[in-house]
Design a protein. Sequence first.
Lengths: 106, 176
Amino acid sequence: MSFFPVGIQHWLLLCLALFSFGLYGLLTRRSAMGLLLAIEIMVNSAAVLVVALIHLLHPGKLDGQLSALFFIALAAAEVVLALGIYVPLARSRPSGDVTQLNDLRG
Amino acid sequence: MRPSDPFFYLFALLALGLARACVCSQHLLRATLYLAGVLFCGAAFYVILDAEFLAGIQLLVYIGGISVLLIFAIMLTRGPDLLKDRPSPLRRNLALALSLSFMGLCSFLVLRTDWPAALPAEPHENPVRDMGVRLLNPGEGGLLLPFEVISVLLLCVAIAAIYLARPGSGEERPLS
């Protein structure tokens, strides 16, 4: 694999590396907000990968961009819902530590 | 070599460095700013991939909306332990081993697979109009149903967020 021209493998490796950073963050963070940041990195890398693959394998098609639009809408919905849960939770438990949230009664 | 190739490496290095800083930073506020940088690099990748409209959406929704929302949430709920998030060595090493093995396995598969050669890019005359037509087309190849489903989902999320965050929903319950 050479550095130029940039091909499918380059995009795949880049998105894999970004996804792995997100995975690392997801496994190490204890605060709910840190987890959310890691998930955002993972969703973003997946969206870039879909756009890159469709662009390189089926040029002229818009399916990748349309999928990425749905990705972005889903990520926005996820963040809003996560913050809706997190902000009232942080009032009763200021630490925001997800390892302490081990019951369902709030 | 295409003219966009050096920019790919530039933004790839920037994105990887910022992603590393985002997941390793102990200060959540700084981590959120690093995340905004990663998302900006994502917008740059979209421009490299000839998806300028998507890059604009990424800047508007992710950096203008989500990052600002996250920063507000962190500043509103600033707790004593929340600002410093330091994982234990065991947790850090386990996570490092798992993510590195995931990366190694997938890279091995990517490098071993015989991918078809990338086709030359075809300039699209009016991608935004075609995307709009696809999104509202109920016929073959149309995405009307997913579009409606995601609209209802966003409505449900807005109602749920208001329900969860309304005053008095959290404090009145006894703390266990």
